[in-house]
Design a protein. Structure first.
Length: 137
């Protein structure tokens, strides 16, 4: 049986715009209404979470001609994190949100999906089309 391990965000926007939306989603405090309705189960988003860039945002190429991937690590301050991997695929960009250290793992799935949907909100303000899918293995 397949288990959900996180969420995938596919966007028709360049990776730097997605990374900026992720940064805003992590650091900007949601409105009171959004905290009550959209993000009620996600404690600390916009307040206690932090993010760290794990790879430089450059355009160098890896072997095989693929651009170097960019990574963000979102620390949720609960001994757990969400690892975000950015990739170009065809004419679209993809950000994959993978949960690390959540107990139970089901809680991490909720965090990754809510964070991906919050990023979609920020991308929508910038006029980019995005869709969120659940990752399963």
């Amino acid at each position: 049986m397949a288990k959900q391990i996180g969420s995938s965000l596919t966007v028709t926007a360049p990776i730097p715009r997605i990374a900026l939306a992720v940064h805003h989603a992590v650091h900007r405090k949601p409105s009171w209404k959004d905290r009550k309705l959209k993000y009620a189960l996600i404690m600390g988003i916009g307040e206690y979470w932090s993010s760290e860039r794990l790879a430089p945002a450059d355009t160098r190429r890896l072997d095989g001609g693929d651009p170097a991937p960019l990574y963000d690590l979102i620390d949720t301050k609960h001994g757990s994190a969400i690892h975000v991997v950015y990739r170009e695929e065809g004419g679209e960009s993809r950000a994959v949100f993978v949960c690390l250290g959540f107990d139970p793992p089901k809680a991490g799935n909720l965090y990754s999906e809510k964070l991906a949907r919050r990023v979609v909100d920020f991308l929508g303000e910038a006029g980019a089309y995005a869709r969120v899918e659940r990752l399963k293995i």
